[in-house]
Design a protein around this ligand. Structure first.
Ligand SMILES: *Cc1c(COP(=O)(O)O)cnc(C)c1O
Length: 407
């Protein structure tokens, strides 16, 4: 089979909901992947942040192998050792609380939204404030929570009732408060939105607002969670800010589909009880075993330290590129969740990088986004930067040439 054969099957049988790259990835190891024709790539966007230990980490593979020999799936009306162990692992790494397991980020957020609506029900509150430029997933509620028009178009009427505030602007949040507001939901670092880091004053202000008005602070850590920012969860960078609900997915399973939301014990009443929420596949022994292996590997291989160090190295190297190429306006991010904001469309840059064997992401039109594996090495970082250097040398020169000719 060739890539073009796979494309043919796609054109015939797969729904065209993605702008699909003409590359068929068949094998991965660490931060390297290979396509069907055997071309090798350095992956600085492994699975949109899912493959946090790189591809096919031996610990994850072994956990899956071992678990699949004994029990793949059991329904959620039975006890499941791996699920109980994973819930305890998540809580020990975050805050006293309880965990519900689903299968994706959207589902984790959907659960958090259901929780908030139920929580506010007694007092007639159901409105949720989210942020512009946010991303929370594609189910109806998660899509409505997403503060970007392009995701809503054609799917109206949306569900009641979300208000969209300006990220990092506490006053704009306050303006949207009504007696019916029950929760504020945001990503500590907006990912799809182009890597925007929440300011400490903003997060602390939101925490205070929620405390004053008995509202829930919901942090979507689907992309920021599991060590990506150098701490296990991004909220841990913010002094005095603990969420009431935290949602997780992506890197949580190191490559297998899993999502979760964690409800803080500070919420004393039981809000979701037997029969109110559920998921057939949620928290199966298979995915929980994989996720437990991720937690273990992060500890054993000291990956939080590596994430901070490699993040610093990337930042230094990116700043050098920025000085060299005016098309790079800004570096943004934290540790291994970072981006370069360009003054030109970023897609051609991502494509040129891919042609030269480096996978990166282009988002929001003019942003190049990087989410390398937490175990990426200094050598890999330098190689990625060297490739980007060539990409910028080629494309920004072209751009200068055309701006000259129009003057
Ligand atoms: C990817 C993402 C989601 C959606 O996750 P799915 O697994 O695709 O449903 C939600 N929130 C954030 C912050 C994300 O990055």
């Amino acid at each position: 089979m060739k890539t073009t054969d796979v494309q043919k099957l796609y054109n015939e049988y797969v729904m065209p909901t993605y702008t699909r790259l003409p590359v068929c990835l068949v094998k991965g190891k660490g931060s390297r992947v290979w396509d069907l024709e055997g071309k090798e790539y350095l992956d600085f966007f492994p699975g949109w942040g899912v493959s946090c230990l790189g591809h096919c980490h031996p610990a994850v593979i072994n956990a899956i192998k071992h678990q699949s020999r004994t029990m793949l799936h059991i329904p959620n009306n039975f006890l499941n050792i791996k699920q109980s162990e994973l819930a305890s692992e998540i809580v020990k790494a975050s805050f006293p609380g309880r965990v519900f397991f689903g299968n994706s980020g959207a589902e984790a957020n959907e659960g958090a939204i259901k929780f908030a609506k139920k929580y506010g029900g007694e007092t007639g509150r159901y409105e949720i404030i989210t942020m512009k430029r946010s991303f929370h997933g594609r189910t109806i509620a998660a899509m409505t929570a997403t503060g970007q028009d392009k995701f809503h178009q054609g799917f109206e009427p949306l569900i009641e009732k979300f208000h969209y505030a300006e990220f990092n602007d506490l006053e704009s949040v306050k303006k949207l408060l009504t007696p019916k507001t029950v929760a504020i939901m945001l990503e500590p670092i907006q990912g799809e939105g182009g890597i925007h880091v929440a300011k400490p004053e903003f997060m602390q202000g939101l925490r205070q607002l929620c405390d004053e008005r008995d509202m829930l602070l919901i942090l979507d850590e689907v992309q920021t969670g599991m060590g990506r920012t150098g701490k296990m969860f991004a909220y841990q960078h913010y002094h005095g800010v603990e969420p009431d609900i935290m949602t997780l997915s992506k890197a949580l399973g190191g490559g297998v589909p899993i999502g979760a939301f964690v409800v803080n014990k500070r919420i004393r009443k039981e809000v979701l009880t037997a029969g109110m929420h559920g998921s057939t596949f949620g928290g199966s022994p298979l995915v929980c075993a994989a996720s437990l292996a991720v937690f273990k590997a992060i500890r054993k291989e000291k990956l939080l330290t590596n994430t901070v160090r490699m993040g610093e190295l990337l930042k230094i190297e990116f700043e050098k590129l920025r000085e060299k190429y005016p098309v790079i306006e800004e570096y943004r991010g934290m540790a291994l969740m970072c981006a370069l904001k360009l003054s030109a469309p970023s897609a051609p840059y991502a494509q040129e990088a891919r042609d030269r064997g480096l996978l990166v992401n282009s988002t929001q039109g003019d942003v190049l986004r990087f989410l390398p594996a937490l175990n990426v090495t200094a050598k890999e970082v330098r190689r990625a930067v060297a490739i980007l250097d060539q990409v910028f040398a080629k494309l920004s020169k072209k751009q200068e040439d055309c701006s000259c000719s129009t003057h």
